[in-house]
Design a protein around this ligand. Structure first.
Ligand SMILES: Nc1ncnc2c1ncn2[C@@H]1O[C@H](COP(=O)(O)OP(=O)(O)OP(=O)(O)O)[C@@H](O)[C@H]1O
Length: 603
């Protein structure tokens, strides 16, 4: 067996059957729609598909990006009114009106994004509530435009080649759109876009360290959700023929959040399962309809205790129990096959010099770094050592842009790093690992490693969503490179497994592979050897030497003195925020001052 092939005995458990569930669910919906002769049921299923379209948008915003919005129903409402006003008052055809609804949904959603980029989540939730109430109030107040309480009557059906789509035709059209959106969404969420959203949800640090612009990604999530809400609104108006403020009461907005949360947030099949269980089922069981809000409340209580990952999470767990191969494992297989077929060459890296001069950092009254300077030569390994609390991690956090400096300069090659955000520093070619590994939970080893290539990917979001050749080629090539790097750190056999479940030492190796895929000009490692066994330590040392041979510049904070003595070209010793000594390992570790700082012995 090729060394890159995953070991079948350690094959990962199946993960995320979400796409399969979604495809089957859509197939069931279509079959039901085709079999139904009752126009009531057909209309019910049409509304289910419309709600699904809207909920899929909210899943990106609240599920994948983790931004809780209660204003989604209000977005559907503005979309519905945009189509109603354009068609009924101005005589537009349905299609341009639906286009307008999409734009209006995107516009309102982008407006709502502005406070979300600045406020804490609680304040933002309050703003979404206020927005929902304001939209409802406006519907009544702007009577001449919206028709007030009576609403707007006579919204036309869509037409295709002159033929009106009613009943089954409208149903199939909406389900067709749902299928297209689901297909595009599954591509996006299994690419750098989905990983970037995931990293924001998992904590800004992970996102910034990979060069993700948090503002841009959040704005994308808002605009995407707004577009789908607007489109769903257009179909809602058309299917209903009449829109009134009553349709868009407050519980309409809450309904979408329930559907996403109880269906399974950040899972492709979540909204489908949510709509089927919390809309179609209560409607079919007639009497339950009256008690819908009570059903939601009880559902929320039970789910929060027993099924925090929603219905889709339950399916994934069952799946994990009974099946062995899944999307993550299959992706790892494909990457292994590609890497084995044409092994990516280990290319030379153009490591940059790092020059830190007079850096100062205060935390309140604590001076964590006091006039610290160091020079790191390109293509060398520079170790930073010192007793606990001497400022080593603070220095790495400042170089990588996570802490602003109070004074001093930090230059990578010719570019100044001081004053730049962590995202900008990562995009300058600085990659880092953390004392406690920060991998993306729920994603495989390969996917986590692939995320390291985020800033290198050139295919646009649209190319990824549509699966255009450049995006597919680029993704496959990076998958193969990631697999190769995993083999370099000895983790290739675990490529399809969930990274966050591995022992810490192995997670650290995955983090190093992730950082290497970014082809960094400077690699910062924070205690990389912690938790490694003796054998792993030896392999790790060899790996760092190989990286240096390829030209990478490495700065590592490390307590393991033997490893530092074996690897480092230069060492800087920090003590109480000051540079205590610098030089080669031999010079530094012979210094009486250094021995005293470590042992507490008198000089
Ligand atoms: N975010 C922070 N807020 C307040 N004080 C901080 C913060 N980060 C670090 N410090 C303080 O700055 C000093 C240096 O801490 P730092 O974590 O950089 O040390 P270190 O050398 O990396 O220690 P260790 O080897 O234990 O990781 C300590 O006194 C610490 O308490």
């Amino acid at each position: 067996m090729d060394s890159l092939s995953p070991d079948p005995a350690a094959l990962p458990r199946l993960k995320l059957p979400s796409l399969t569930v979604l495809v089957c669910g859509i197939a069931v919906l279509v079959s039901l729609g085709l079999a139904m002769s009752s126009s009531y049921f057909l209309l019910l299923l049409t509304f289910a598909a419309i709600y699904l379209l809207a909920a899929m948008g909210l899943n990106v915003l609240s599920g994948y990006a983790g931004i809780v919005s209660i204003a989604h129903g209000a977005m559907v409402c503005v979309g519905a009114y945009a189509t109603a006003i354009a068609t009924v008052r101005y005589g537009w055809n349905f299609w341009p009106a639906a286009g307008l609804s999409v734009l209006v949904g995107m516009g309102f959603s982008a407006l709502l994004a502005l406070p979300a980029l600045r406020l804490s989540s609680w304040y933002f939730v309050l703003i979404t509530i206020a927005f929902t109430l304001a939209v409802t109030a406006m519907l009544n107040d702007l009577r001449s435009f919206t028709g007030g309480y009576g609403g707007i009557v006579g919204v036309p059906m869509p037409t295709i080649f002159g033929a009106k789509l009613e009943g089954r035709g409208l149903f199939l059209l909406v389900v067709g759109l749902v299928a297209v959106v689901a297909w595009a969404q599954s591509r996006m969420m299994n690419s750098r876009i989905g990983w970037a959203l995931h990293s924001i949800r998992a904590g800004a640090v992970r996102a910034q360290a990979n060069g993700v612009s948090i503002h841009r990604m959040r704005l994308f999530a808002f605009v995407f959700a707004g577009a789908l809400a607007g489109l769903a609104g257009a179909f809602y108006a058309s299917a209903k023929v009449v829109v009134t403020p009553e349709d868009f009461s407050f519980d309409f907005s809450i309904f979408f959040l329930f559907v996403v949360v109880l269906g399974g947030p950040a899972r492709l099949a979540g909204p489908l399962l949510g709509v089927l269980t919390f809309y179609v089922l209560p409607e079919l069981l007639g009497s339950l309809k009256e008690y819908r809000m009570i059903v939601y409340g009880i559902g929320l209580l039970l789910f929060s205790v027993f099924l925090p990952e929603g219905l889709a999470g339950l399916l994934a767990a069952l799946d994990q129990r009974f099946m062995r191969r899944g999307a993550a494992a299959l992706r790892a297989d494909a990457a292994a096959a590609a890497a084995a077929k044409s092994p990516p060459e280990r290319q030379r890296v153009s490591g940059a010099a790092l020059s830190v001069r007079g850096v100062v950092k205060n935390f309140g009254g604590v001076r964590a770094l006091d006039d610290v300077s160091l020079e790191v030569k390109p293509g060398s390994i520079h170790a930073i050592v010192g007793p606990n609390g001497s400022g080593k991690t603070t220095l790495l956090n400042m170089i990588s842009g996570f802490y602003p400096s109070d004074a001093g300069s930090m230059k990578l090659g010719d570019s100044e790093l001081a004053g730049r955000s962590a995202t900008a520093v990562a995009r300058q070619g600085v990659q880092r690992t953390f004392q406690t590994p920060k991998l993306l939970p729920g994603l495989s080893v390969l996917e986590n490693t692939r995320f390291g290539g985020y800033a290198r990917e050139r295919a646009s979001g649209a190319e990824i969503a549509l699966g255009l050749p450049r995006a597919t080629r680029e993704s496959a090539a990076l998958d193969a490179q990631a697999m190769h790097l995993l083999s370099v750190v000895g983790m290739e056999k675990r490529a399809g497994e969930e990274a966050a479940l591995l022992p810490h030492g192995q997670q650290r190796l995955v983090e190093i592979a992730r950082a290497m895929l970014g082809e960094p000009r400077l690699l910062l490692l924070d205690e990389p050897a912690a938790g490694l066994s003796l054998g792993e330590l030896e392999e790790f040392g060899a790996l760092l030497k190989e990286m240096r041979r390829l030209g990478m510049t490495i700065v590592m904070v490390e307590h393991h003195i033997e490893l530092v003595a074996d690897l480092a070209d230069a060492v800087t010793v920090l003590d109480q925020g000051k540079v205590l000594a610098e030089g080669t390992p031999e010079e530094v570790f012979r210094s009486a001052a250094v021995v005293s700082a470590y042992t507490g012995a008198k000089k």
